[in-house]
Design a binder for this molecule. Structure first.
Ligand code: GUN
Ligand code: FE
Length: 455
């Protein structure tokens, strides 16, 4: 056979988590990728031994052979990231949300009308997220049309799968004069951006537009309704913040007498392609609605610990089978690394756990069985994110896009150390999740294209 439809093959060890809470170690697997950037086959040693495929790929220089202590994992999926806040990372996180937004975020986001500044920041951000293994990112941009196009162009040029939204905010009381738009302008620019993305040359589905009302306090009901109608008519992705702090939650109650979810439902913003960041304070009715609509939650563990002063009921939401992935919520985090988000999600779930002292009465401190495992967190950052976005990504499976990260545990001066005599496959995956630094990520592919190559 000539295998002409195979772009290249990778031979080595790979991990993925197709099922929540479980992992598969694909030992010495040969993954072949077709010219559309999809996985064409996953062959076990006894399968490729009886085929000529290895010989052909090797002869034609189309085979990547992984070394010892190099591992392939699925590309990581960040369901919630604020692109213009990249220069803000590491500032003011000890403030409450309201002050953080007013003192740092809005003044910074307002600067993006300067397209040169936008290009400089977005080049650096997209390079950094890719180098951290983020192959798909769901981005809030700023309120401006042109810089949002720059962000989409940058993702396309660098090869990152991206879901990009121009932020909409119009409320006169909640948004500063220098950083808000009228309903008409917000809607016009949302439509213009949607149109731009659908006609971007060379896009081929890598970039999607997202209708993006910032959150309930920053939007009037009129704006929410217009955006809801646009999203429904055009079957668009929607992203927003949902019940993320006491202040934001109480604002909805005071203004509408309802929860965020009810407001999003009534304004047509809740649907299968809606991504709700945070969603910390949900009522039982809210959870039922999210599940009925098939909407998704972007769990942002570190940001929640800082801004919600509360813990997400991740365990319960996963048990109920809601679509749930992870978000970095840059700049409400101190790294774009989704592996760090996995680690934070586990930490977040552990602080909820019931105290075990015999001096405590049942339920006196914490709750029973709230922990999530590293495998569950990793599932959220890969398989769960793929389900949330309704895309064939996050798992190594025939027909799925080849979005992958090559982790190298041979790098000097790094925390990821594998001791082969001591570490089982499950230990190795846990160590990858917990201790991988950016230096350990030596190659990244999106849709079969090599987008990071350090060796
Ligand atoms: N709520 C409204 N806007 C924002 C934002 O930019 N970041 C976070 N974390 N929460 C928000
Ligand atoms: Fe956010």
């Amino acid at each position: 056979m000539n295998h002409d439809d195979i772009l290249f093959g990778i031979l080595g060890n790979a991990f993925h988590c197709p099922v929540l809470g479980e992992f598969e170690f694909l030992e010495n697997v040969l993954i072949t990728i077709n010219t559309d950037g999809e996985i064409d086959s996953l062959l076990k040693p006894d399968e490729y031994a009886v085929s000529d495929i290895m010989e052909v790929l090797e002869r034609e220089n189309r085979l990547v052979r992984l070394k010892e202590k190099q591992y392939l994992i699925p590309g990581l999926i960040d369901l919630h990231c604020h692109a213009p806040q990249w220069p803000q990372m590491g500032k003011g996180l000890d403030l409450p949300l309201y002050n953080w937004l007013a003192n740092y975020t809005f003044p910074l986001e307002a600067k993006y009308q300067d397209l040169e500044f936008a290009k400089r920041v977005y080049d650096d951000l997209v390079q950094s997220t890719l180098s951290s293994g983020t192959t798909s990112a769901v981005y809030f941009s700023s309120i401006h049309l042109e810089p949002t196009r720059v962000l989409a162009d940058t993702c396309l040029e660098k090869g990152q799968r991206a879901f990009v939204g121009k932020v909409c905010m119009d409320d006169v009381e909640q948004c500063p004069d220098y950083y808000r738009q009228s309903v008409e302008k917000s809607l016009y620019e949302t439509e213009a951006f949607h149109q731009y993305v659908s006609t971007m040359s060379g896009n081929h589905g890598l970039i999607s537009s997202v209708v993006t009302p910032r959150f309930i306090p920053s939007c009037t009901e009129g704006l929410l309704k217009e955006l809801g109608q646009f999203a429904t008519n055009n079957n668009c992705y929607v992203q927003t913040h949902c019940s993320e702090s006491d202040w934001a939650r109480e604002y909805s109650q005071q203004k509408y007498g309802e929860t965020d979810i009810s407001v999003y439902e009534k304004t047509g913003l809740l649907g299968r392609k809606t991504i709700l960041a945070h969603s910390i304070f949900l009522t039982e009715q809210d959870v039922i609605k999210i599940q009925d609509y098939g909407a998704s939650i972007a769990h942002c563990p570190l940001s929640n610990m800082y801004f919600a002063n509360a813990a997400m009921e991740t365990r319960e939401l996963l048990n109920r089978g809601l679509h749930c992935g992870l978000g970095s919520d840059v700049a409400a985090s101190v790294t774009p690394s989704m592996l760090r988000s996995c680690f934070d999600a586990v930490t977040h779930s552990r602080v909820r756990e019931e105290g075990t002292s015999t001096k405590l009465a049942a339920g006196e401190r914490g709750e029973a069985k709230t922990r999530i495992s590293f495998l569950e967190a990793f599932w959220m950052a890969t398989t769960g994110g793929g389900k949330a976005l309704d895309k064939n990504i996050g798992v190594f499976r025939r027909g799925f896009s080849f979005d992958a990260v090559l982790v190298d545990a041979n790098i000097q001066d790094c925390d990821l150390k594998i001791w082969q005599a001591l570490d089982s496959a499950s230990d190795i995956l846990e160590k990858i999740i917990s201790t991988t630094n950016r230096q350990n990520i030596i190659k990244v592919w999106v849709q079969g294209r090599e987008v990071v190559c350090k060796q």
